[in-house]
Design a protein around this ligand. Structure first.
Ligand SMILES: Nc1ncnc2c1ncn2[C@@H]1O[C@H](COP(=O)(O)OP(=O)(O)OP(=O)(O)O)[C@@H](O)[C@H]1O
Length: 912
């Protein structure tokens, strides 16, 4: 026994012996005592005694926290795969790879992983570069289409409710976003969905929005990779749902939407009430569907119809037919007996009248058609009554016939809007991505003809998958002499041979019996038994009373109830009904029945049965798929309750086992899923090794391939060289692509560098030239300007200098002259002064002489006067005198006043 420690992860095999029980992952919580306590992935505790030590096995580290690609799982068994999906699911990680196959576990809740940002993140990425995602598959489809110039297809499989339709829509959304601007055609392609879902989807116990038909959407891309159009192929609509629904199931969504969304006036015109009023809508006792807003859906349908060019009249005619179906379902019969024959009559009711009115036929004709049948015996036509059961069958067949044809017409109408037939020009360049969303394997309590067809389709797809993944792979390895481990896988070819390929196969026997006039379901079963009872894939009825036979399908045994097989397979409407349609004034119903009306009675009898039509369309589909490069998305339904975060281990193991996931992982791990011819390889990856010439110039292609592979993947890498091809693992492809991207990016950068350098240099040189020119001009201008300024300056300076020089010279001259003058002046002055002084001296002498003379004279005068005065005084002393005489005498003595004054001044002047 392994020595365990607390916290170790181990596998616990409870060995219950149940078919879908596999070991569960556990963590050791106690191991001190002899017993070991472990807690499993579902939270249950287990005690393991040493005797039960074989029940536990150590877990590989890759299984502890899970891996993105299950090829890398160390525990390569169902338990490992299951736990890997479980732990990722519990972390809301719903996508996991198995090589390039995507496993998607339905989250049953809206996860924030489909935003525009996510689209951007996954655009132009290699598988494995980002965590697994449906967008990564879509991107790879698109990238591969562009890279290899080959059509691609994506096969989305899984049980009802596993998420196929959602995955298809997500891929479409991704392709529409990355392929270009949102064009009108893209919008039209996207808008086809609401219409198809309204008319082809219904609430079932497994899925609230179950597609009751298969579809293959082929999206066409033009040379630039933009969506150019699309074509929708539909397969096997479940028509019986129009008349019958199981408990808790609904009829097709469109009926409920119409009754919720129509205006009262419209409803009045069609005499319609509410869903609960109609037998055809209430058989499952369920008219509402949680989480669906029928009212809103109705407006979506109408707007989608507008986008897809349905005219107002056509929309109204469709409503009329839907209303007709509802009224037909409400028609009541009463059993009668005529001439000992079981017969019936239609009870008069507003529904019957309205139905006839909507069909625009005579009410009487319609009632006759619903209650009698015209037989032609020996050239004569005889009308025989129908029993009530037969009449109900006729009515239901009529209604199913209308709905089935209406659905085909709608798909054709959509195709008319979105399909652009290839022209000579576009044919060679147009590439496509096909999305196959087809009903999963079905195994109900009672399985009928429809289930046989559905399971037949799934056998075909499984065979395609097996062929692609296993058979072709092994064949190719042998052909190319590749040494590899041979993997055993479950091939469903034998089952397929028995159902539809080998002579006297089940489908052909059913067909034959359907055309045989006296054929019944019992005779058919008898023939099936006698032909196939020894086949290991056939399970005959246990006794002669049992009406069931079984088939061992790849996904398990399914028992089919043969009652009604032939009728369903014939899928033909009685001539009376066709006649009734022919007599109708309603052009629309005539249009949808056009093919039947134009056929004669005999041709109609020989018209292909449902199974042969289905087989043919499946063959066409398989042919289309076989020329495409396929991608596979395996959707897994985690629980039957449509609940988030609930993982039903058994249910998941069953789906994994039946989808061949184990073998897929084994073969993917052992094999080499990526292969290129030498030419392709060299041309694509020669950039990785310097100096490798293109393939057409190579003499040794194999050697060159080897050189490139060794250079990039290493000499000891697990890749192989065959006779014409090189074989690689998924991760090699990724590595090569990443390296190629890098190398091309480097080269692109180099080219960009050179181009940019050249461009920039040219620009620079041009700029430099211009700059130099500008500089030249500027400098010239500037220098000239400066020169002129300088010149003026110099002139001024010169002038100034000269003027200063002249001035100084002048001043000097002046000074000299002045000095001379001064000298002269001085001399003159001196001379003059001397002369003057002489003169003055002379004058002085003269004056002095004069003054001397004067003084002498005055002294003489004075002396004279004094003598005169003395004489006068002497005389006066002898005579009396008055005052005035006195004054006059004084003045007479002194002289007149003026002369007195004049005399006073003279001596001053003389003094100067
Ligand atoms: N990726 C998803 N994210 C959120 N919910 C999902 C996702 N895929 C599926 N679902 C939920 O599961 C429901 C069933 O999915 P879907 O209709 O795609 O199943 P299906 O496989 O096409 O079934 P059927 O064969 O019956 O048509 C959806 O209506 C949606 O509620």
């Amino acid at each position: 026994m392994v020595i365990l420690q607390q916290g170790d992860y181990v596998w616990l095999d409870l060995k219950t012996g149940e078919e879908f029980d596999v070991p569960i992952g556990t963590v050791v919580t106690l191991c001190d005592s002899g017993l070991i306590q472990v807690v499993d992935d579902e939270g249950n505790e287990h005690w393991i005694s040493p005797q039960n030590a074989t029940h536990i096995k150590p877990m590989h580290p890759t299984s502890v926290h899970g891996v993105e690609d299950m090829i890398r799982l160390g525990d390569l068994n169902e338990a490992g795969i299951l736990r890997n999906l479980l732990i990722r699911y519990s972390e809301h990680v719903i996508y996991t790879y198995t090589g390039s196959i995507l496993v998607a576990v339905n989250p049953y809740q809206l996860l924030p992983i489909y935003t525009a940002e996510q689209i951007r993140l996954y655009t132009n990425k290699k598988i494995g570069e980002m965590p697994p995602h449906i967008f990564a598959i879509a991107d790879s489809c698109y990238f591969n289409m562009q890279r290899s110039n080959k059509d691609q297809c994506c096969i989305i499989s899984g049980e009802s409710g596993a998420g196929k339709t959602e995955s298809t829509k997500l891929i479409l959304q991704f392709l529409a976003s990355i392929s270009g601007q949102h064009s009108w055609i893209e919008q039209q392609v996207l808008e086809a969905n609401p219409i198809l879902e309204a008319f082809g989807n219904a609430k079932t116990i497994r899925n609230d929005n179950s597609s009751r038909f298969g579809k293959y959407i082929d999206i066409h891309f033009n040379k630039k990779g933009a969506i150019e159009g699309a074509k929708i192929e539909q397969y096997l609509l479940e028509k019986s749902r129009v008349c019958r629904q199981a408990q808790d199931e609904r009829n097709y969504h469109v009926f409920y939407c119409m009754l919720k969304g129509m205006t009262p006036a419209q409803k009045k015109d069609l005499n319609l009430g509410q869903a609960t009023d109609y037998t055809y809508l209430t058989m499952g006792k369920c008219t509402v569907c949680d989480g669906r807003d029928d009212l809103k859906e109705y407006s979506n349908i109408l707007s989608a119809m507008k986008v897809l060019m349905f005219t107002e009249t056509e929309s109204w005619e469709i409503s009329k037919l839907l209303a007709f179906i509802l009224h037909m379902g409400n028609i009541r019969y009463r059993a009668r007996t005529y001439d000992n024959l079981d017969a019936c009559v239609v009870l008069h009711s507003p529904d019957a009248v309205t139905a006839a009115m909507l069909l625009e036929v005579e009410p009487r004709d319609m009632m006759n058609c619903l209650t009698t049948r015209t037989l032609i015996t020996r050239g004569e036509s005889v009308s025989t009554p129908l029993s009530m059961d037969q009449a109900l069958d006729v009515r239901d067949a009529f209604v199913k016939g209308i709905y089935g044809r209406l659905f085909v017409w709608i798909v054709d109408k959509i195709n008319a809007a979105i399909y652009r037939p290839p022209t000579g020009e576009t044919k060679s360049v147009r590439k496509s991505i096909g999305l196959l969303d087809i009903f999963g394997f079905e195994n109900f309590t009672i399985n009928s003809f429809e289930q046989l067809c559905i399971n037949f389709a799934n056998e075909n797809l499984q065979q395609f998958f097996v062929r692609h993944v296993f058979k072709l792979e092994q064949e190719e390895y042998n052909l190319e002499n590749i040494n590899w481990q041979h993997i055993e896988f479950t091939d469903n070819q034998d089952a397929l041979d028995m159902i539809a390929i080998k002579p006297m196969n089940i489908i052909s026997l059913i067909d034959e019996e359907s055309k045989f006039p006296k054929g019944t379901d019992a005779t058919m079963l008898y023939k099936l038994n006698s032909q196939h009872k020894l086949n290991t894939h056939y399970i005959p009825p246990k006794n002669t009373y049992e009406t069931q036979f079984g088939i061992q399908h790849f996904a398990g045994v399914v028992h089919y109830e043969t009652k009604g097989f032939l009728e369903k397979n014939r899928d033909s409407l009685h001539g009376d009904i066709i006649q009734l349609v022919h007599s109708s004034k309603n052009k629309f119903i005539k249009q949808i029945f056009q093919a039947d009306v134009s056929m004669g009675v005999e041709t109609r009898k020989r018209s292909p049965t449902l199974s042969s039509q289905f087989k043919r369309s499946l063959e066409l589909l398989m042919r289309t798929l076989s020329v495409c490069q396929p991608f596979f998305v395996r959707c897994i339904k985690p629980n039957e309750l449509k609940k988030p975060m609930l993982f039903d281990r058994e249910l998941c193991v069953r789906q994994l086992r039946y989808s061949g996931m184990m073998e897929t992982i084994r073969i993917r791990r052992a094999g080499y899923p990526i292969r290129h011819t030498f030419t392709e390889f060299v041309d694509r990856y020669r950039v990785l090794v310097p100096g490798v010439k293109p393939a057409h110039k190579q003499e040794d292609l194999l050697g060159t391939c080897q050189r490139i592979a060794e250079g990039v993947l290493g000499r000891n890498g697990d890749w192989k060289i065959g006779k014409t091809k090189i074989f690689l693992k998924d991760h090699h492809d990724m590595l090569l692509e990443i390296e190629r991207d890098k190398a091309i990016t480097d080269k692109v950068i180099l080219i960009q560098k050179a181009v940019r350098r050249f461009k920039e240099r040219t620009r620079f040189l041009k700029m430099r030239k211009s700059v130099i020119l500008i500089q030249n001009i500027w400098r010239g201008y500037y220098c000239r300007k400066n020169y002129r300024a300088m010149q003026i300056g110099f002139l001024r300076l010169q002038t100034l200098f000269r003027s200063r020089k002249l001035t100084s010279r002048r001043l000097e001259a002046e000074r000299l002259r002045q000095a001379e003058e001064e000298k002269l002046l001085y001399l003159m002055t001196a001379r003059r002064a001397k002369a003057e002084a002489e003169r003055k001296h002379q004058e002085r002498l003269a004056v002095l002489a004069q003054e001397e003379a004067e003084r002498k004279r005055r002294e003489q005068e004075e002396a004279r006067r004094k003598k005169e005065m003395m004489e006068e005084v002497e005389k006066a002393k002898q005579e009396p005198v008055n005052d005035s005489d006195m004054v006059d005498k004084m003045f007479g003595f002194l002289g007149s006043p003026n002369s007195f004054l004049a005399r006073r001044g003279r001596p001053q002047k003389a003094l100067r």
